[in-house]
Design a protein around this ligand. Structure first.
Ligand code: NAD
Ligand code: UDX
Length: 480
């Protein structure tokens, strides 16, 4: 029986391995992690991450050919194929701080693999890493080996949170990069055979190592660039009376452009886009390509601009101050169908409003109060001017509360901000919400999910990203 071990039981390692176990009953899969609470949760009825469809998959295989364990060394030493799916965040200190990928976790995983291995292994980069990382990993593995043959493959993951299971069941493509040597080709084939259990072979792309590593960064940069492009257009739409939904529909009908990923929003979030573009920027700078670096940097700058613009619009609409006013925040996760808050635009929007002394009442169906407190108690990490992360002042953290119901959050509020596109926010009884709010009652829709016309008929003043402005908003000072 082929044995797979995955180091890192996170948003990628957990779901990916669960699907491999489900689709390959002849393969034994162990997912290992240094975090005891995470592994305990994977072995319980309350999984550590919320992902539609994941519970079902885990229940079908756990204890049969899928195991979660903290015994990292045992499972690594027994495995034929070791996936490394540890976190690769942006460095916050030292050389490249604010942009470069922090490979500390990756390096320590590689050293451990070298130390405990007693047989040949295929080591698979599942984490997103800078191009050329495989070369460094090879050095770590081979310098410590005792005649053991390690083949490194790059197999980046393209799943999106909230749709991870669907994306893993039916991926647009699976990408495998390896050395162009006979051993490298054999390793590629071995991994291709795993995916071929359920992925059509014409969707399994095999490339050299560097193309695979770079394609992951490139794909995320292209995706994020589409959002910043449409968000930049949304500002122009508001200034001219065009409607960004109509514009993106018309633009997306061009088959060369396509309709997906053109929804204007308060800004993109998630653990990948910003981190991976900054990583790309750093690699370009290190390779003497400042123009290319600046091109991609602009995608993040527009994203920051979009979040700032949203906050400014709220403050300027509400008579240029939100001090002491209750503002309901509906949605804190970076997108619907996940409880993940990494780089969520809600953090910057909430901090902007707290900075103007608003009183926030926050509701998200999947994010815990503890998580929100943690997210809001750290000072914003300025990637352009990185400094040590410092806690916010205690008075600022006192100015928000978390509640478990949208009606509770909006009661007596002056304004409502929709920051995540949860389906339940589309179906709320907005008449009831309006009746219980202070007047004038504002709705700031950062995801364009409400029927603005209906809400205006109820009496709300509505701001929706990239949509023609209410007379009220037009009369307020211009926002930068
Ligand atoms: P995560 O933080 O959810 O999980 C990483 C896990 O690795 C953590 O549980 C951590 O405890 C564990 N870990 C770290 N060092 C370890 C070690 N030495 N030994 C054992 N366990 C260790 O991260 P994630 O979101 O799953 O992302 C993992 C990688 O996949 C990142 O490189 C990310 O860029 C990439 N990626 C993420 C997504 C996504 O949607 N989250 C999608 C595609 C790719
Ligand atoms: C992304 C990539 O899509 C995925 O392929 C990669 O493996 C990891 O990074 P993820 O961050 O989980 O996935 O979610 P995604 O659906 O890409 O959304 C990212 C952010 O962009 C979210 O905040 C989302 O709300 C926002 N977004 C997305 C928009 O604002 N508009 C859009 O049209 C699409």
């Amino acid at each position: 029986m082929v044995k797979i071990c995955c180091i890192g039981a996170g948003y990628v390692g957990g779901p990916t391995m669960a699907v491999i176990a489900l689709k390959c009953p002849n393969i034994q899969v162990a997912v290992v992690d240094i975090s005891v609470p995470r592994i305990t949760a994977w072995n319980s009825d309350t999984l550590p991450i919320y992902e539609p469809g994941l519970d079902d998959v885990v229940k079908q295989c756990r204890g049969k050919n899928l195991f979660f364990s903290t015994d990292v060394e045992k499972h690594v030493s027994e495995a034929d194929i070791v996936f490394v799916s540890v976190n690769t965040p942006t460095k916050t200190q030292g050389l490249g701080a604010g942009k470069a990928a922090d490979l500390t976790y990756w390096e320590s995983a590689a050293r451990m693999i070298a130390d405990v291995s007693k047989s040949d292994k295929i080591v698979v980069e599942k984490s997103t890493v800078p191009v050329k990382t495989a070369e460094a990993i090879e050095k770590i593995l081979t310098h410590n080996s005792k005649g053991i043959n390690f083949q490194i493959l790059s197999n980046p993951e393209f799943l999106a949170e909230g749709t991870a299971i669907q994306d893993l069941f039916q991926p647009d493509r699976v990408l495998i990069g390896g050395r162009e040597t006979p051993e490298g080709k054999k390793a590629i084939e071995a991994l291709r055979d795993v995916y071929a259990h359920w992925v059509p072979v014409d969707r399994i792309i095999c490339t050299n190592l560097w193309s695979a590593e770079l394609s992951k960064l490139a794909a995320n940069a292209f995706l994020a660039q589409r959002i910043s492009s449409v968000n930049a257009m949304s500002a122009l739409c508001e200034a001219t009376g065009a409607d960004v939904t109509q514009v993106s529909y018309a633009v997306g009908m061009d088959t060369r452009i396509g309709p997906k990923f053109l929804n204007a929003s308060v800004g993109f979030g998630g653990s990948c886009f910003q981190k991976d573009i900054l990583n790309l920027v750093y690699i370009c700078e290190c390779n003497g390509l400042p123009e290319v670096a600046n091109y991609w940097k602009q995608v993040i700058k527009v994203n920051d601009y979009q979040k700032t613009r949203f906050v400014n619009r709220i403050v300027s609409s509400m008579f240029n101050t939100v001090s002491g006013k209750k503002i309901a925040i509906l949605g804190f996760a970076f997108k619907k169908d996940t409880g993940d808050t990494r780089e969520t635009p809600a953090i910057d929007v909430c901090k902007g409003l707290l900075g103007d002394k608003a009183q926030l009442s926050i509701y998200d169906p999947q994010v815990t109060e503890d998580q929100i407190k943690r997210d809001l108690s750290l000072k914003k990490f300025d990637w352009d001017h990185p400094v040590h992360l410092q806690p916010m002042s205690p008075t600022t953290t006192k100015n928000f509360s978390c509640v478990w119901d949208a009606y509770e959050a909006t009661k007596d509020a002056h304004g409502v901000c929709i920051l995540t596109e949860w389906d339940e926010f589309r179906k709320l009884d907005y008449q009831r919400i309006y009746d219980n709010m202070q007047k004038p009652a504002f709705v700031f829709d950062g995801r364009n999910i409400v029927d603005a016309e209906k809400l205006r008929q109820i009496g709300f003043i509505v701001y929706a990203i990239g949509k023609p402005l209410d007379a009220w908003l037009k009369d307020m000072p211009a926002v930068a």
